[in-house]
Ligand binder design. Sequence first.
Ligand code: RRO
Length: 314
Amino acid sequence: MELCGVQLRGPILNGSGTFDAIAARRTFGDALLERFPFDAFVSKTITLAPREGNPPPRLWETPAGLINSIGLPNKGLDGFLAEDLPQLAELPVPLVVSVMGFSRDELAKLVAAVAERPEVAMIELNVSCPNVETGLVMGADPAETARAVERVRPLSERPLIVKLTPNASEPEAVAAAAQEAGADSVSLINTLKGLAFDPDGGGHWLGGGTGGLSGPAVRAVALQQVHAVAGRVAIPVIGMGGISSGSDALDFLRAGATAVAIGTESFRDPAAGRRIASELAALEAREASKGNLAPPPEARMTQTGDSPPTFFRR
Ligand code: RRO
């Protein structure tokens, strides 16, 4: 398949920041490259200056979900280009680099520098991190998002993906603004704002205060937002939010996504991307074979309201 002109062997990506390919290569060696779990790899978001990230604890489990408050720890642009990019370039799939700026100037410096590197297939603009102190989330506002995309669009011939936040009153309006400003794709959802208290008292559990919720707990919200966004824009949509099985992935494709990303599930099972890809392929093969068996006209005529003939049920 193809995403923004980039050839991919399939539709399964990782959600940014949910799979450390460099650490996985250290642990699994070249076996990781032979059985790489994703069809494109999205880096953890980088910023212009290095960051320590938020103080611990950084994670809290909820029913069917995970709240994180990692706070964007990273080596900064120069450290990433010098140390991480050469290693990520050895992965057997196209590389997407995720960047986040605290201002449009910062974002422009990041995009210009990353776009120069031939190892980079696409750039994701993370305008939706919930865990940084400024409280400024460009992606919560359509006009701010448009200004950011307009600023960086001329700096890169690489496809630009805009990562949307679910914490916006109308994510489809933000997606439309991103498209209008020149984005090639949108990806969603980033995490939903969440909070956890220390069960032993003493206030907030997470060192960063609040965090972002992910995992199956957010799947229905993500599916609705992907459906709404895909109905509004013409550019490809990358759907994510609690995908744990091929059936979940198929739901996002049915909602209008062109590709999907796996996030929290990879923490449980680092090989989840491959499992989900093969489950999805089996489901799609089954759908295709059903499609070839067109129902006889009389069967179609017996369909009424909510009660389709039983052979349509799954
Ligand atoms: O690093 C983080 O805390 C983080 C980021 Br940049 C993001 O985009 N989404 C998220 O849930 N956590």
